[in-house]
Every structure is written in C-alpha cells, then in structure tokens.
Design a binder for this molecule. Structure first.
Ligand SMILES: [Zn+2]
Length: 213
C-alpha cells in the first residue's frame, strides 16, 4: 500500500490479533508515556516529539484493535493526554451504534468524558490522539474544547473508502477558526489503516452499508 503523503509512517507492527476485551470507554489516571511533550508549534515537529507521538499512536491503535474481536468492532479510537506530562486522561472508541447517537464519535466522546472528569469545558494543556483524522464535527469540538494539539493516524480520505465521510481536512477546519489548535498527521498511518482493513471490520462495514435506512 503506498501513500505519497505518509511521511510519518515508520512501523508496520500488527496489533490486530490482540486478546478479545470489551473496549469501549476507559478512564485512566496513571501516568504512562510520561515523557514530556514539548510545546507544540506548527511545522516544527522535533524528532523527540515525533517519536512520542508514534509511541502513543501505536498504543492507541492496539487498544482500539481490541474492539475488532468483539461484537461491536470499530476502527476509531481517541485518547486525551496532558501535553506536558503525558499523563493519560481519557480514552474512548466510537459508539454511534451502541449509544444510538450520531455524534458519539470517538473524539467527541473522549472530549465529553474528559471535560466531565475535569469539571471544565476547557481542555487547554491537553492533546488529542485519534486513530483517524477528525471529521468536521470532531475537529470543531476539539477547537471549542481548546485542545492544544490533535494528532491523527489514518486520514479522513482513508476512512471515506469504507463509509460516509465529510471530506473537509481537519487542518482546514482549524484554519477557519479564531481558536488555535495544532493539527498533525498522519502518524502511524499504515497501522491505523489496518484497523479498517481487518476482516472483522470489513464484514462490519458491509453490514453497516447494507443496513442503511
Ligand atoms: Zn467525527
């Protein structure tokens, strides 16, 4: 598989045979990946920060892959971490089907739950990782939440190969806002794209597409 713009893809480690655990929404308070993340600056990704982003994306992809062995597989996982300490605050997967909620995308759920956890509408000082480039709804939510950065894995064009999408790049949404959020990606694109091409996920996409009202 060849991606001309996949400048950050460095690993093809496959996590998709992970043990079957029900992976929906989990709250974490323990400090993991405690390497400090430098202050984000557009177009100035340091090698150290890139390595941290890759590590976090690999871990997020592995966690999201756990859903692929459950009755409700999804390729979409999101995680919010403190931008400086790396402390993980919240993880969530897409739950549109389970919650009967079209806005229950992984990023929106992670943001809602993180804000609830902090008793604040603001996630300033935090970074959102997501296995797929945020759709316009999720990117707008990231902006309203004042997140420092959004780091994504697969692109929204990748996701559009398997279902409906609103094909506006996340960077375009951010550019049109007077609120600042650095958008970076793709990071570990092949690994995140493999969440979509997993056989169980492919069967589920077929079912979703055949069940369209
Ligand atoms: Zn979304």
């Amino acid at each position: 598989m060849r991606y001309p713009e996949a400048a950050f893809v460095t690993s093809r480690r496959c996590f998709l045979r992970s043990a079957s655990l029900a992976a929906t929404t989990v709250m974490f308070s323990e400090a993991q990946f405690a390497q400090a993340v430098p202050q984000a600056r557009a177009n100035a990704v340091s090698p150290a920060k890139s390595a941290v982003d890759e590590n976090r994306m690999r871990a997020l992809a592995a966690w999201t892959a756990l859903t692929l062995e459950t009755p409700n597989p999804v390729p979409y996982g999101a995680e919010i971490v403190h931008s400086q300490s790396g402390e993980r605050l919240m993880r969530a997967t897409n739950a549109v089907g389970q919650e009967h909620d079209p806005s229950a995308h992984a990023e929106v759920r992670a943001i809602r739950l993180a804000c609830s956890q902090l008793n604040s509408y603001s996630l300033r000082g935090y970074t959102l990782y997501t296995t797929c480039e945020p759709c316009p709804m999720c990117m707008a939510c990231a902006l309203w939440a004042r997140l420092d950065r959004v780091v994504y894995g697969a692109t929204i064009a990748d996701a559009a190969r398997f279902g409906h999408q609103i094909l506006i790049p996340a960077t375009e949404i951010a550019k049109r806002s007077d609120m600042t959020c650095v958008v970076e990606g793709p990071v570990e694109r092949d690994l995140c794209f493999a969440l979509f091409t997993n056989p169980n996920m492919q069967n589920t996409f077929k079912r979703w597409n055949s069940e369209k009202p």
